[in-house]
Design a protein around this ligand. Sequence first.
Ligand code: SF4
Length: 505
Amino acid sequence: MNKIEQMKAEKDGLDILKDLGHIIEQGIEKTPQEDIDRLRWYGLFYRKRLDGHFMLRIRVPNGVLNEEQWRIVVELGELYGRGFVDITSRQGLQIRWIQLKDFPDILLKLEKVGLSPLQTGFDNVRNIMGCPVAGLDEQELIDTTPLIREIDQMIVGNKAFTNLPRKFNISLSGCCEDCAHADINDIGFVPAQKEREGLHVTGFNINLGGALAPTYQKLAEPANIFVWPDQVVSITRAILELYRDFGPREKRFKARLMHLLEDWGMERFREELQKKVEWQLEPASPLVKVTSHRGDHIGLHAQKQSGYYYAGLHVPVGRLTTQQLLSCGLLAAQYGTGEVRLTAHQDLVIPSIPEEMVEEFRSEPILNELSIDPKSMLRGTVSCTGRQHCDKAIIETKNFAVETAKLLDKQFGGGAPLSIHWSGCPNSCGQHQIADIGLQGTKTKIDGVMVDAVDIYLGGHLGAESKLGQLVASKVPCSQVHDILEGFIQKMQESKQVQQPNYTR
Ligand code: SF4
């Protein structure tokens, strides 16, 4: 067993809560590394770069926050997070500058409103992604929000799933535009239809084994399995159990579901899965309804509920002050139902604005900061945390990503949006391989001096024919990135190489 496997076998990560008082009392300096690692089962990430404070990650299934929930997030950000909150590329939330002594109070506050930080780090099932406009989108085939909540409830706090070989990502969406990034998840449920009594009825095809990691990047493969909505939770449990019990654990960099699939092959995986479910597995349906990739939900869009609109607000690189989140929440309460949603593009959605209030909504001052009509390059920019707060980072990302986008917007700001994703190291939290332009942090030397640099990838996209970006330039000093991207974008626009997401509705 490697060290991590030993650590998990000795004590379940969730059991660290019992030791929290002792850890707080003795101080983190005297706490064994294994216990510091176990705190990640409670979403607590120790950060040397935060002067020894913690980063707290919160699950937000499907990215949906009700009024009570965003109010608590604002309160926690104000009280403990120095006034800001980040939206992650898995529709979750991160608050920094947390002190361990405050965690019991934080946990109580979160639990009271039905939020949880549990199992957001290490070898657990991470936040479950869905379409951020589920239940609102005019063209969705099925609202998957209740199913996502059911899977979340099955997993969170359940020790059956707290010792997986590695982390595990799930995406489940009923929309046709892959807003939930099915192909970079371990399980991607993709809407599909089959005929039942002469009607087309919606279920899901299953893709398995997608992952973006430092040593491997792979899009999920079709498993040739179709499930009906009432089979989704059971099949998820069965896949997780197979992975937990048979997934390779010897080497950390070869322990994701894709590695089990490599060992077994998809055919054997299906056979083993068949033994675990009580129904006959059905082959995938050719009536797959993923048509394109919706890059974002920015702007005002008609809902399927006649007379109502949702507003997508652009949050530059996902960083919000608590005052901005409060302003958005208050708008949601004033114009909508109080609900605020988070997208995989690190933006916000306010649902259910009555048509007659749309013009008044457009004039709200917060939209000058969080625009419903941002310039093209900033709109498509996504960034991981980077050196400012992440111990693994090789370069600074968020501020530099915004600066670069603003410079590019001077030339390309009125044109078609491009996705530009930044990751500060090979861990790919910014998902740079799925963007039109992807940048991964590295270092290079100029005149013998080490400087921040990036490897540049082009041509990645998700949707009907998903594809990972290809490396086109290595070790480009950050000081030259703007000039180089200008050239790339010019060429891409001239040759129309870019797959344009559907931003029109
Ligand atoms: Fe940190 Fe690297 Fe992830 Fe960015 S990609 S948040 S730098 S681990």
